[in-house]
Design a protein around this ligand. Structure first.
Ligand SMILES: [Zn+2]
Length: 302
């Protein structure tokens, strides 16, 4: 326990270096209130809460609208600190507090999951699903490489399932994409996205790495990592920083140029300086529509 108190002290010092000292603290709950670096403007309101138990921060005044002022604690260092402070934080965050207090049950593939390889080619739903994949340009090789399957049962019925496995080959996530028209196209595994590196077991850190928003885009590229959104998780940031040996190419959708620039600026420093490349796609294009032509869309950032 004493040890943990020390670690907390170090983290609090680090946070203070970034956004100033807390103006109130609830030590028993490991909760601390700071003046918001974005909206306080000298009013000393202390609306900016940091929870070391939940590993989150949130400004009660502007955090709902402002993407910068809420998120996992590691992001606080991305947004307001330096790369060095971020690295230091990752080194010192104590194990006991690393665990999010949300409980995630052990992940399994959805009920009725079957791979295309194993399934009967005469089965009608199988063919609907298969034809959908073909219509999106997905090949048999991709289906095999990613162990893509589908199910017609349970909560994920009539969805194509793309599983994700961690470094040890253990299932850590899956994506479910409906092949029939319905309101909610995607229904994914319940798992902490911040902790997941999609199909980490397939990543070759010695080669160029392509970052995309979604999983469907990623499978058209060599050596991809989907962000599962427009933001980079602390975990992925750290892994790229420490393990990527070649270039990192940002391939966000055509309508996400601003997000792409933000990511570029987040990543282009330290070890990774000058190794971030950016692709600017036409506004209405996704990565999967450009197969093999992605090099044409590299742009220079000044
Ligand atoms: Zn605020």
């Amino acid at each position: 326990m004493e040890n943990q108190d020390k670690e907390i002290e170090v983290i609090l010092d680090l946070i203070s270096d970034v956004i100033g000292k807390p103006i109130r603290s609830y030590d028993s709950k490991h909760q601390y209130l700071y003046n918001c670096p974005v909206c306080d403007e000298g009013q000393n309101k202390g609306n900016f809460e940091v929870s070391l138990v939940k590993h989150l921060y949130h400004c009660w005044s502007c955090g709902d609208e402002n993407d910068k002022t809420h998120g996992p604690l590691g992001k606080l260092f991305d947004v307001f600190g330096t790369k060095k402070q971020k690295k230091l934080y990752d080194l010192i965050k104590p194990d006991e507090l690393k665990v999010n207090d949300v409980f995630y049950p052990k992940l399994r593939l959805p009920e009725g999951f079957i791979t295309f390889e194993e399934s009967n080619p005469l089965h009608i739903p199988r063919n609907e699903a298969y034809n959908y994949l073909m219509s999106r340009g997905i090949t048999n090789d991709m289906i095999r490489k990613y162990n893509i399957g589908y199910t017609i049962k349970g909560d994920f019925a009539n969805r194509i399932i793309i599983p994700s496995y961690d470094v040890d080959g253990k299932l850590n996530y899956f994506l479910g994409r409906s092949w029939v028209k319905r309101k909610i196209k995607y229904k994914n595994a319940t798992a902490p996205k911040e902790e997941i590196i999609f199909n980490e077991h397939l990543i070759d850190w010695s080669q160029d790495i392509y970052l995309t928003e979604g999983v469907f885009d990623s499978i058209f590229l060599p050596n991809p990592i989907p962000l599962l959104g427009k933001h980079i998780s602390n975990k992925l940031f750290t892994l790229l920083y420490e393990k990527a040996e070649k270039d990192i190419i940002l391939c966000l959708d055509g309508d996400a140029y601003k997000d792409s620039l933000r990511l570029y600026n987040e990543l282009n420093g330290g070890n990774l300086y000058n190794r971030i490349k950016m692709v600017k796609l036409p506004y209405d294009k996704d990565v999967c529509e450009l197969r093999g032509e992605i090099d044409k869309y590299y742009i220079k950032i000044k």
